[in-house]
Design a protein around this ligand. Structure first.
Ligand code: NAD
Length: 348
């Protein structure tokens, strides 16, 4: 099928693009190329006749209409977003403009196109979202698709708003949609300001590894290529109008995750001291959710999907990728505004 992927030059979007092309789909990659994008992420498919890049901004409705009518996609996978929680605290405006207004533009462009083509039932608007829309869990319990929304950061509030818009376009206009809410991703091509690469890259530079608060916050982690696999599974098999939670069943505290990464680095790149000695606790992030954990029963029972790698296997592959791809992360570290953030910790 021909899939219009938004945000395909970002971390997860590029994994989706690479996987979709490998699976034999055609891909139109729509991306505004913000600070978080990197076309090197899709260099492997750039020359493939099944791949097209469209440099466009989802805040620009006219540009979206042009892309729908030129390319006539069978489905949309909407990943373009501002995605960095710390940046949303410092400057929430861009998150509202892209994540809320941009999603509204995408929905209207998709609806106009879908209606003009006679409302094909097979069309899908797949909205990719986060488990952070559910807010924070205590020590017990899991997020199900019926958990009430209670977002706590400007990022998660903007994603929650976009989820509601997608749901409403299905209920009101009948647009065929699926929504997925996924836990934290990690893996190759993860932008250097996010937690896992921050830990690896600061350890390799022998710099303090900052951890918010006491490091007790718990996250569920999913290897990005498993997320891409889950997304294509939901796109093709998910029920119209349904939401699916996607998780790795890998709950770990932030401190535990950092210690795992340090242990892998100790074995791959031994230094005079253990990398875990670099851990430094810093003032907590405001509104920092205590725990996220996904109940993946629906995607497993309906679609037979489960992750292919364990957390330990995925972290090992990820560390090796950063060791092997220094040219990639060095180029991104020098971008404006990124360097000074690398001392901050990030968990989403
Ligand atoms: P990312 O920041 O790495 O990539 C976002 C991409 O969107 C970039 O290529 C950027 O250029 C593009 N973009 C941003 N604003 C745009 C605009 N106005 N118009 C067009 N393109 C624009 O993000 P990511 O981590 O790959 O996340 C992708 C999606 O998955 C997001 O919707 C995010 O909310 C969701 N998600 C992320 C995680 C995670 O752990 N990273 C977990 C669950 C869900």
């Amino acid at each position: 099928m021909k899939i219009l992927v938004t945000g395909g030059a970002g971390f997860i979007g590029s994994a989706v693009v690479r996987r979709a092309i490998a699976d034999g789909h055609q891909v139109v990659n729509l991306d505004a190329l913000t600070y978080a994008a990197c076309l090197d992420n899709v260099a492997d498919v750039a020359g493939d006749p099944a791949y097209v890049f469209e440099h466009a901004d989802i805040r620009n409705r006219a540009a979206l209409d042009g892309i729908f009518s030129r390319h006539r996609p069978d489905a949309v996978m909407h990943l373009a977003a501002e995605s960095h929680v710390d940046r949303s605290i410092d400057g929430p405006g861009a998150f509202i403009e892209t994540n809320v207004n941009g999603t509204y533009n995408m929905l209207e462009a998709a609806r106009t196109y879908w209606q003009a083509r006679g409302k094909p039932a097979a069309f899908r608007f797949h909205h990719i979202s986060t488990d952070e829309v559910y807010g924070s869990l205590g020590a017990d319990g899991l997020f199900t698709e019926d958990t009430p929304y209670a977002p706590n950061s400007p990022y998660s509030a903007s994603k929650a708003a976009s989820d509601h818009l997608v749901r409403a376009w299905h209920e009101t206009y009948g647009l065929p949609v699926v929504i997925t809410n996924c836990s934290n991703n990690y893996g190759p091509y993860h932008f250097p300001e996010k937690l896992v690469p921050v830990v690896i890259l600061r350890a390799l530079s022998d710099l303090p590894i900052p951890i918010y608060g006491t490091g007790d916050n718990i996250r569920d982690w999913l290897y990005v290529e498993d997320h891409a696999d889950a997304l294509l599974t939901v796109l093709q098999g998910g029920r119209n109008g349904r939401s699916y939670n996607i998780g790795g069943e890998n709950e770990v505290t932030n401190l535990g995750l950092v210690q795992k990464l340090c242990a892998i680095l100790d074995s791959k790149r031994p230094a005079k001291h253990s990398y875990a000695d670099l851990v430094t606790f810093v003032a907590d992030r405001p509104g920092h959710d205590l725990r996220y954990a996904i109940d993946p029963t629906r995607i497993r029972m309906e679609l037979g999907w489960r992750p292919s790698v364990t957390l330990d296997q995925g972290l090992e592959k990820t560390v090796q990728w950063y060791l092997d791809n220094e040219h990639w992360w060095r180029a991104l570290q020098s971008r404006a505004g990124v360097g000074e953030r690398l001392g901050k910790q990030q968990t989403a």
